[in-house]
Design a protein around this ligand. Structure first.
Ligand SMILES: CC(C)(COP(=O)(O)OP(=O)(O)OC[C@H]1O[C@@H](n2cnc3c(N)ncnc32)[C@H](O)[C@@H]1OP(=O)(O)O)[C@@H](O)C(=O)NCCC(=O)NCCS
Length: 156
């Protein structure tokens, strides 16, 4: 039976690998905004959780969630290696981040997703997120975003 993945907070030394995952799996077609330096700052930031997923000791996914002061956590990035998709890894990573958000006192999770990313939108909806409005030109003024949100109290 395959070993389950390990999900934990990222180490600063993993910032470059995480930034590359963001560039290759999320920010494709856009400028690279989540650079190594920005990810390292997020790792150091007390109001941000950078989580990594390791499978067989290899870094295969990550998620970044910010905790602003308004009670709503903001999921900024989430991705799993293309080779490991559709095996429940993204769900485990998201559940880990949701659990952390609950412990941090968040009552809602919000996120924006590229409007052309129909798979991710379906993934989030499947896991209890509701679609809100569209934000025109959210990404570099040329790619629209869909807002999604989930009230934590509604789903234990
Ligand atoms: C979005 C992403 C994280 C999903 O990860 P994943 O590991 O493939 O998803 P999972 O296997 O954990 O799927 C979890 C559930 O969502 C469902 N799901 C996944 N993709 C789906 C889709 N396109 N349509 C409908 N349901 C979907 C699965 O069937 C599964 O349901 P179950 O729990 O009832 O079995 C992954 O596809 C990814 O990294 N995409 C590229 C990066 C990205 O787009 N990130 C999001 C924007 S920041």
């Amino acid at each position: 039976m395959p070993a389950p993945p390990t999900i934990r907070l990222a180490h600063r030394a993993e910032a470059h690998a995480i930034a590359r995952m963001s560039r290759d799996w999320i920010e494709h077609g856009l400028g690279w905004s989540w650079t190594t330096q920005r990810v390292a700052q997020a790792v150091d930031d007390a109001s941000t959780n950078v989580a990594v997923l390791l499978k067989d000791e290899r870094l295969e996914g990550f998620g970044i969630m910010q905790y602003p002061d308004d009670g709503a956590a903001h999921l900024v990035l989430l991705a799993v290696s293309p080779l490991l998709r559709h095996r429940g890894m993204g769900k485990q990573l998201l559940r880990w981040l949701e659990h952390s958000a609950r412990l941090a006192g968040s009552t809602e999770i919000r996120l924006e997703c590229r409007a052309d990313n129909v798979n991710a939108i379906a993934f989030y909806q499947h896991l209890g997120y509701r679609q809100g409005g569209m934000v025109g030109g959210y990404y570099e003024g040329r790619i629209d975003a869909v807002r999604l949100h989930k009230h934590m109290a509604a789903t234990p």
